[in-house]
Design a protein around this ligand. Structure first.
Ligand code: GLU
Length: 429
C-alpha cells in the first residue's frame, strides 16, 4: 500500500504585509533581470531566521504590560547580519522581514562584509517613561540574546531608538557574558565604544550622494532647493548638512506636519527651538504650516523622504515636482509610484544606496571596536565619502550599461553579490 505524501511549498503568510510585498516585488523584478537561479530565488525571498518574543515590562504604576518584539535575520552568507531596531506601534513581522531583506542588499551594494537583519518592538516609545523604556529594552535584549553578538548579528538604531537604547543593549549583553562587549551593537555613545560621526552618518551619506547626482545632472548645489519629510535623526541631519553644503532647505516636516519658507529655513536655529521647547515644527514659527502630503508635492530640486515606508504611492506620485528623489527612509516609494516617477524623469537615488551612510559608519564603529583603536572624525568622513560615492557611480554605470533604473541597478548589484556568496559556499548539508 503506497502512501501519498502531500508536499507543500513554504508559505509566507505570516510575513504577508504591504511592506514585505513591496520588498519581494522589488526582489522578483531584479531577480528576473539577473536571471537568478530559481532555487536561490525561493530562498532569498524568505528570511533565514525569524524570532518573535514576548516582553513583559513592569510599568511605573506597578502593572505588567506585555509587548511583542522581533529579530529577523534575512541572510548571513557574507558575514554577520546587521541592521537596526525599530520601536514603533505599527511594527510587525512582515515589516521587520522586509527591512531585513533591504539591509542584505544595502550591505552588499556598499561592499560591507555583512548580511541583513532588523529588529523591532511594537510600542510607542514616547508614551513610556525613561525607566519603562529601559526595562523594555533590557528585557527585549535578553530575549534576543541567543541571536545577537559581534560575530553573529549586530543591531543599531532605527526609527524610535537611539544611542541610549544601544547603550542599554550593550550593557545587558555584557552582563550576560561577564565582560564589556563593545561590538555587539553600533550607534553607541562614544564613552562605550561608539564612533565619531555615527549619529549624523545617514544624513551625511544622503548629502554626499545627492551632490553626486547634482553633478551628474550638471546642476549647482548653491541653486538647489530641498524639502525633507521627517525630522528625526535622518531628516534633521540631512537638513543641517544640506545647508552646510550650500543648498536652501525650504521645508521640513514631522508626524504633526511641517513648515515651509521659500527663503530657506535656518536649520540650526530651527533645531534649537524644536528641541529646547519640545514643540512641534509649526510652533517654531519659522515658516508657513504645510501638511506632509503638501510637502511631498512641493516644487523643489531635491525631495528627501526620511520618515516611514510607502509614502510615495500611485495616488500622489504624479503630483511630485522634484528633480531628484533621495530616499533617506527605507521603502518610501511603491513600485507603481516608481514607474510614474521614472516616466516623469525624476532622478531617483534609491534607499539602499541613499541611506547607506548609517550602516557604513556602523561598519567603521564595529571595526574600531574590534581593533580597540579609534579613528579621527576626518578619517570617518573621508572613508564614508569614498565608499558611498563609489557605490553611487558603480550604480549609475550599471544602470546605463543595462539600460535600467537606478533602483533596479542597485538591487541587482546587491543581489548578485549575495547570490555569488551562496553559490560559492554551496548548499548545506
Ligand atoms: N537602521 C539603519 C538602516 O536602516 C542603520 C543600520 C545599521 O547601522 O546597522 O540602515
Amino acid at each position: 500500500m503506497s502512501e501519498t505524501v502531500q508536499v507543500t511549498r513554504p508559505t509566507t503568510n505570516e510575513l504577508d504585509t504591504p511592506t514585505y510585498r513591496l520588498a519581494v516585488a522589488q526582489f522578483d523584478q531584479a531577480a528576473e533581470a539577473l536571471n537568478l537561479d530559481p532555487n536561490l530565488r525561493q530562498r532569498l525571498k524568505l528570511p533565514q531566521r525569524s524570532l518573535i518574543v514576548s516582553i513583559p515590562v513592569r510599568m511605573d504604576n506597578g502593572s505588567v504590560e506585555v509587548f511583542t518584539g522581533y529579530r529577523v535575520q534575512h541572510d548571513s552568507s557574507r558575514g554577520p547580519s546587521k541592521g537596526g531596531i525599530r520601536y514603533h506601534p505599527d511594527v510587525n513581522l512582515g515589516e521587520v522581514a522586509a527591512l531585513a531583506m533591504w539591509m542584505t542588499w544595502k550591505c552588499a551594494l556598499a561592499g560591507l562584509p555583512y548580511g541583513g537583519a532588523k529588529g523591532g518592538v511594537k510600542v510607542a516609545p514616547k508614551k513610556l517613561s525613561r525607566s519603562e523604556l529601559q526595562r523594555l529594552t533590557r528585557r527585549y535584549a535578553a530575549e534576543i540574546f541567543p541571536l545577537i553578538g559581534p560575530d553573529k548579528d549586530v543591531p543599531a538604531p532605527d526609527v524610535g531608538t537611539d544611542a541610549q537604547v544601544m547603550a542599554w543593549i550593550m550593557d545587558t549583553y555584557s552582563q550576560q557574558v561577564g565582560y564589556a562587549v563593545q561590538g555587539v551593537v553600533t550607534g553607541k555613545p562614544l564613552s562605550i565604544g561608539g564612533s565619531l560621526g555615527r549619529e549624523e552618518a545617514t544624513g551625511r551619506g544622503v548629502v554626499y550622494v545627492t551632490m553626486e547626482a547634482l553633478r551628474h545632472l550638471k546642476m549647482d548645489i548653491e541653486k538647489a532647493t530641498v524639502a525633507i519629510q521627517g525630522f528625526g535623526n535622518v531628516g534633521s541631519n540631512t537638513a543641517l548638512i544640506m545647508q552646510e553644503a550650500g543648498a536652501k532647505v525650504i521645508a521640513v516636516s514631522d508626524v504633526t506636519g511641517g513648515i515651509y519658507n521659500a527663503k530657506g529655513l535656518d536649520i540650526p536655529e530651527l533645531l534649537r527651538r524644536y528641541r529646547t521647547n519640545g514643540q512641534t515644527l509649526r510652533d517654531t514659527k519659522m515658516g508657513d504650516f504645510l501638511t506632509n502630503e503638501e510637502l511631498l508635492q512641493l516644487n523643489c530640486t531635491v525631495l528627501v523622504p526620511a520618515a516611514l515606508s510607502e509614502q510615495i504611492t500611485e495616488k500622489n506620485a504624479a503630483n511630485l515636482r522634484c528633480r531628484i528623489l533621495a530616499e533617506g527612509a527605507n521603502g518610501p516609494t511603491t513600485l507603481e509610484a516608481d514607474r510614474i516617477l521614472i516616466d516623469k524623469g525624476v532622478f531617483i537615488i534609491p534607499d539602499i544606496l541613499a541611506n547607506s551612510g548609517g550602516v557604513i559608519v556602523s561598519y567603521f564603529e564595529w571595526v574600531q571596536d574590534a581593533q580597540r583603536f579609534f579613528w579621527k572624525a576626518k578619517d570617518i568622513q573621508e572613508r564614508l565619502h569614498e565608499i558611498i560615492t563609489n557605490a553611487f557611480h558603480r550604480t549609475l554605470s550599471f544602470a546605463s550599461a543595462k539600460k535600467t533604473s537606478m533602483r533596479m541597478a542597485a538591487l541587482m548589484s546587491g543581489i548578485d553579490k549575495v547570490a555569488q556568496a551562496h553559490l560559492q559556499r554551496g548548499l548545506y548539508p
